[in-house]
Design a protein around this ligand. Sequence first.
Ligand code: SF4
Ligand code: SF4
Length: 384
Amino acid sequence: MRKLIKLKKDISIVFNTQITEFLNPDEVYLPIKKNYKLLVKKGEEILKGQIIIENNLNKVISPISGIIKDIEIKNVDGNKASCLVIQNDFKEKNKNYIRKKEQKFDKEIIVSKLYEYYFKYIASVLETKKINNLVISGIEDEPYIANNVYVVTKFSKEILEMADILSTTFNIENTLIAMKSNDTKGVETYLAKMGTYPNLALTLVDDKYLLGKSFFLLEYLNLKDLDTLVIDARTLLDIYNALKYNKFVHETFITISGPSVSRSQVIKVKIGSKIKDIIDNSIKVKGKDNLYILNGLMTGHECDINETVVTKNTLGVVIVPKEDIKESKCIGCGLCFKVCPVKVNPKKAMDSHKISNNCIDCGLCTYICPSHINLRRFLRGEYE
Ligand code: SF4
Ligand code: SF4
């Protein structure tokens, strides 16, 4: 069993009765990836749910109705990319969102719907493997990100229903809802509701870093990768909406948090929204001299919020006073080596300019370093 460590909790997420939403951006920006074909032209009116970009295998669906405005370069998942700009008409005119209350599911229907709504990996696992363990993960590791914790708690009805449908339809012996034992609100919610789902069990894990990653979670739970499927709570909610309501993934949950935020929050946002628009509409930022770190302090990176757009992979933004993470000289404390789960010595990599192939880029050494040295940079061989 690899070494896992306990981190100081830095975030307390506000569970408002109402879900905080930012679902009416003026514009959305959708990346046009290499070898994808644009199916619309400037000035064209489009519907929500309309296919606007595609290649042989994938399709990009518009999350809003509106008018095709232009193409602009934006930051997408850490890289610059050409994005199609759609101006919102705020009418949410739908292409194929048909609300069906009840639906009978069998293996074939579920697998074909999972393919149709772009959950291809999960569809292929369920189609080709005999799964004995299904783990629904409500665990988040990044100290300033809480999307899965929020979704598993706030949408317990949907999570339980969908986990039960998958468990019974695919005859899965062991279906677990995994949560950290100190996520009190979520644990209480599930303890009150689990009784009506005899196929499901709640499993509580320690509050240790890296359990949010499937590999470490399976090792911790003593389960084998071969016959186990792990689905995080955010994805299971998307699957619920696709299977029950024929809904493509137009929205996602991101966390805006950090020392420069008065109330850390998980916000439901439209895919393609600009991070700056979300922050301006939903969050009060303290101070002026801040850094905006996309996707958390462990594995994230600084971003220009005016140029960065939300994708399905976006976890959130941590807002930190520049002064708090100013880099200084190494003090030789050895903490970076002490915390590394795979026994790499990051200081040695920094000093010797030798990359370690064992590094799993978990970001723990960088997060823990009292001198705020970006050790991940050296571990990737970026010495300039
Ligand atoms: S980023 Fe690499 S070197 Fe640093 S703690 Fe993680 S595995 Fe170890
Ligand atoms: S944690 Fe930071 S300060 Fe301590 S030895 Fe490693 S690089 Fe140096």
